[in-house]
Write a protein that binds this ligand. Structure first.
Ligand SMILES: Cc1ncc(COP(=O)(O)O)c(C=O)c1O
Length: 394
């Protein structure tokens, strides 16, 4: 049987993680992996999560199946967090996903059923997994330009030149906030312009919301998704609780579909449930239940928000420190963009040869395309990292 198979390619990030783990140098720096890091370079369990988990352990009476749509209270809490009541609940349907990726899988498969081989426009560059997710869902991947390598900001003119040409049969995938990999994000005015374009063309937005609260705040980061949901008759949102609740391996996510009316929403819901039933039958609940407990309890929710704020502020501080150190040492503003980006990532715009040199000579690991995870910046070694980057960038 297996002789007919060829070796499939794995995401390069896993190769990089293995290389980093095997590197014996004590002074190595991991800016590669896409998870939050605390000052001790750990990805901690948030204290609100620990408390919620304990409560579940003490109070749970069964592990029986939850039902195909998953944990409804978790989904309702996430809808409230992401949308803040801007859409009438009668038009919204949700199912749980196995993480944000699972939510994207379900939503894209629904879109692939609605428009077999239909075009989905994805930002160039994007999170690499968007592409196989779309292809596996019978969608045809196209790109819109997003990043200007000269300014390291969004090339909004180039983006809109493509977005304005979309049709009512097209899907456009938008990063809700904290763009991965670039760290460059749409301003509120730019979101408004995108939404105006979608109103004109009828193109369908799918918003990937994997980092809510990692950029400027829970409400601030929701500007785009709320604008889309409030202004357009239909949209979808893939929410991930992996980063903002630190629940990575628990696979907590929500697939949200917003339809024109309740009847259309019921049809979409049946499709989402049909996809779950025919693939994994039921979605994981442990992470979902943790989030539900946190969101429904005033004190735990406040504790979670405080922790999330601390994480966000730490990432912002590291951004400013690195940008300042590079400016001070090189007398150039070339890396100032690191401080203006938001979220966990910045795309440095370095050639692959330089990325390779940083890894082999200095032990500084980043993704091939020169994406760094700012949470991995060692706060006490910012000057050293600045030196490496200045020397490498030449
Ligand atoms: C842009 C983007 N979307 C979705 C996800 C999905 O995350 P998860 O499936 O771990 O919840 C990620 C994770 O890295 C991401 O960066």
């Amino acid at each position: 049987m297996f002789e007919t198979l060829q070796k499939a390619t794995l995401d390069k990030i896993f190769v990089l993680m293995a290389e980093y783990a095997a590197d014996p140098r004590a002074n190595k720096i991991d800016l590669g992996v896409g998870v939050y890091k605390d000052p001790q370079n750990n990805t901690p369990i948030m204290s609100a999560v620990r408390k919620a988990e304990q409560r579940i352990l003490d109070g749970a009476k069964t592990k029986t199946y939850k039902g195909v749509v998953g944990n409804k209270e978790f989904s309702a809490g996430i809808v409230d967090l992401a949308l803040g009541g801007v859409v009438d609940a009668t038009r919204i349907r949700t199912v749980n996903g196995a993480g944000g990726t699972g939510a994207l899988m379900i939503l894209m498969q629904v879109l692939g059923r609605a428009r077999p081989k239909g075009r989905i426009f994805i930002s160039d560059p994007t999170w690499p997994n968007h592409i196989p997710l779309a292809e596996n869902a019978n969608l045809t991947v196209h790109y819109y330009p997003y990043f200007d390598p000269a300014t390291r900001q969004v090339d909004f003119g180039a983006m809109m030149k493509v977005v304005d040409t979309l049709t009512g049969d097209d899907v456009v995938l938008l990063h809700g906030c904290c763009h991965n990999p670039t760290g460059a994000n749409l301003t509120p005015a730019q979101w408004d312009a995108v939404v105006e374009s979608l109103q004109r063309t009828g193109a369908f937005p799918l918003v990937d919301l994997a980092y809510l609260g990692f950029g400027d705040g829970l409400v601030e980061d929701a500007y785009g998704v709320r604008k889309v949901a409030a202004s357009l008759p239909e949209c979808m949102i893939a929410f991930s609780a992996s980063k903002n609740f630190g629940l990575y391996r628990e696979r907590a996510g929500v697939a949200i579909a917003i339809a024109r009316d309740a009847a259309a929403a019921d049809v979409v819901s049946s499709q989402m449930q049909n996809i779950i039933r025919g693939t994994i039958s039921q979605t994981p609940d442990h992470g979902a239940e943790i989030v539900r407990v946190i969101l429904e309890d005033k004190a735990l929710r406040a504790e979670w928000e405080t922790e999330l704020t601390q994480m966000r502020e730490r990432m912002k501080r590291l951004r400013v420190k690195l940008a300042d150190a590079i400016r001070r040492k090189s007398n150039s503003k070339d890396f100032d963009f690191i401080a203006t980006h938001s979220g966990m990532f910045s795309l440095l715009g370095l050639p692959q040869s330089v990325v390779e040199k940083l890894k082999t000579e200095d032990g500084v690991y980043m993704i091939n395309d020169s994406r760094i995870n700012v949470a991995g910046i060692p706060e006490d070694r910012v000057d050293e990292l600045a030196d490496y980057l200045i020397a490498a960038a030449g």
